[in-house]
Design a protein around this ligand. Structure first.
Ligand code: NAG
Ligand code: NAG
Length: 296
């Protein structure tokens, strides 16, 4: 028995040591990044970077990452470059890129974080993500614990991805909240529900910023009470969300494209220009109000 335990321990030790050394990055055409990361993510061409550490999840996903990179190489597909960063060695990168846990997988273009791979880390999900990284996750993902268990397509933003998210989502509603505010907790189910309808109809995006952790953003936008809801049009604050906090109101607001209409009482204000042109990938109201009611 003792002998068996000894052998098993040796075997386990052996495989866990071997794994990290066994990765043949070169053969899979994966770049090992340190300072070179800045120039690696700079070009217009997309690049995907896996930030990994010493844990089972990282190891598991590394194997998928290498396989997918290899298959891109074998297909002669040069659309995406693959790179890895060992954050247990590269402390500077870890803090500069605000990597909180591993594995973290991020797609970059022109030096900007364009999207994070947030779905279940399977090979098919990863391949789908690489096909269209800028498309919002096609299935709900979980926010921080304070957000609860409601299904939602609310994007949880931090200093790292706030700017790029608004750039990619010209019609965004952002909820600035604090985990221990009662009104925020009360509003979350309606907000979560509305986020799914609005996202699925491609008429806007819902996001949330936790001001207890992303202080920088909340200071920048002078957030004083929670929750505060701001509409962002083309990355700029357009207005405070004027409706009430029910799911019906949230959805109707987007369906009726109220973003692009001057609100009563707002005319003649110092707002620059309210005649914005609808972005071509956002269809006009696809459904009548009657249908919305039926869906709810
Ligand atoms: C390896 O990837 C680079 C991009 O990182 C690409 O330019 C090159 O052609 C790839 N090599 C092979 C053999 O496919
Ligand atoms: C934004 O970054 C945070 C980590 O700072 C991450 O938890 C979150 O999932 C990211 N959100 C999106 C939409 O990529």
């Amino acid at each position: 028995m003792k002998y068996l335990i000894f052998v098993v321990t040796l075997l386990l030790l052996g495989t866990s040591l071997a794994k990290q050394d066994d990765w043949n990055f070169e053969e899979a055409n994966v770049s090992v990044l340190s300072k070179s990361i800045d120039s690696f993510i700079k070009p217009n061409q997309g690049s995907v970077v896996l930030f990994y550490g010493k844990n089972k999840e990282s190891e598991k996903f590394m194997n998928i990452f290498l396989k997918v990179s290899t298959s891109y190489m074998e297909d002669g597909n040069e659309k995406i470059k693959f790179g890895v960063v060992n954050v247990e060695k590269e402390f500077n990168i870890k803090s500069k890129f605000e990597i909180e846990n591993t594995p973290t997988v991020i797609y970059y273009q022109k030096g900007l974080e364009v999207a994070e791979f947030l779905l279940g880390k399977s090979r098919s999900n990863f391949e789908q993500f690489l096909e269209s990284p800028t498309k919002f996750p096609s299935q709900p993902f979980r926010g921080p614990a304070s957000w609860g268990e409601d299904q939602s397509l609310v994007a949880h933003l931090s200093n790292r991805n706030f700017t790029s998210f608004l750039k990619l989502n010209p019609y965004s509603l952002v909820m600035f909240y604090s985990p221990n505010c009662g009104h925020c907790v009360k509003m979350k189910p309606a907000y979560s529900y509305a986020s799914i309808i609005v996202r699925n109809e491609n008429i806007g995006a819902f996001a949330a910023v936790d001001c207890s952790t992303s202080k920088q953003i909340c200071t920048q936008y002078n957030i004083e009470g929670y929750p505060t809801l701001h509409l962002f049009l083309n990355s700029k604050i357009d207005m405070a969300y004027p409706g009430d906090r029910s799911k019906e109101d949230l959805i109707t607001f987007f369906k009726e494209n109220k973003f692009v209409e001057p609100l009563s009482g707002n005319e003649g204000s110092s707002k620059e220009d309210t005649n914005f042109i609808l972005s071509p990938n956002l269809p006009p109201n696809p459904k009548s109000k009657k249908n919305i009611k039926e869906e709810l």
